[in-house]
Design a protein around this ligand. Structure first.
Ligand code: MG
Length: 162
C-alpha cells in the first residue's frame, strides 16, 4: 500500500541592501537581496517546510536554528538536501511540489527554468514535477511596497507501507 501526504510551507524575507538575491538556488541580478541568517532563499525555505510538514517532521527553524553559526550564509539548497535526507530516512519521497512567489519586484518568471533545474537536481525530481508561479500583491501591503518577498509551497510525499 502507498501512503500519501501533503504539506504546506510559507516563508517571508525582507529586502536589504548589500545582499545577493537568491531564489530557488539561483542568484538573480537585483539592487537588493533578501535578509536572513542563511542565503535567505525564500522559495527554498518554503519548499523545505512543505516537505517537512508532509512528513510530520516540524519546520526548518527547528532543524536549522538561526542561532546556529553553522548555518550562517549557508546555501539553502544544502538545507534542502538535508531535509530530503530527513524525510527519505523515514521512507518518504517527494512526488511533486507546487509553489507561488509573491513579489512586487523583480520579475521572477525569466528565472524559473534555472530554478527548476537547480531544485530538481537536489530533489531528484523531473523539472516537470516542480510547479513555479509568481504574482504581485497588486501593490497592497508590505510585499506590495517591495519591502520583501513571500513564498508559498505545497508538497506531496509518498511512502510504501506494508
Ligand atoms: Mg526563511
Amino acid at each position: 500500500m502507498t501512503e500519501s501526504r501533503v504539506g504546506l510551507g510559507i516563508d517571508f524575507h525582507r529586502f536589504a541592501e548589500g545582499r545577493a538575491l537568491v531564489i530557488g538556488g539561483v542568484t538573480i541580478p537585483h539592487a537588493r537581496g533578501l535578509l536572513g541568517h542563511s542565503d535567505a532563499d525564500v522559495l527554498t525555505h518554503a519548499i523545505c517546510d512543505a516537505l517537512l510538514g508532509a512528513a510530520g517532521l516540524g519546520d526548518i527553524g527547528t532543524h536549522f536554528p538561526d542561532t546556529d553559526e553553522r548555518y550562517r550564509g549557508i546555501s539553502s539548497l544544502t538545507l534542502l538536501k538535508e531535509v530530503l535526507s530527513l524525510i527519505t530516512s523515514r521512507g518518504w519521497y517527494p512526488i511533486n511540489i507546487d509553489a507561488t512567489l509573491i513579489a512586487q519586484e523583480p520579475k521572477l518568471t525569466p528565472h524559473f527554468k534555472a530554478m527548476k533545474d537547480a531544485l530538481s537536481e537536489v530533489l531528484d525530481l523531473q523539472p516537470g514535477s516542480i510547479g513555479l508561479k509568481a504574482t504581485t500583491s497588486e501593490g497592497m501591503g508590505a510585499i506590495g511596497r517591495a519591502e520583501g518577498i513571500s513564498a508559498f509551497c505545497v508538497a506531496l510525499v509518498q511512502r510504501d507501507s506494508q
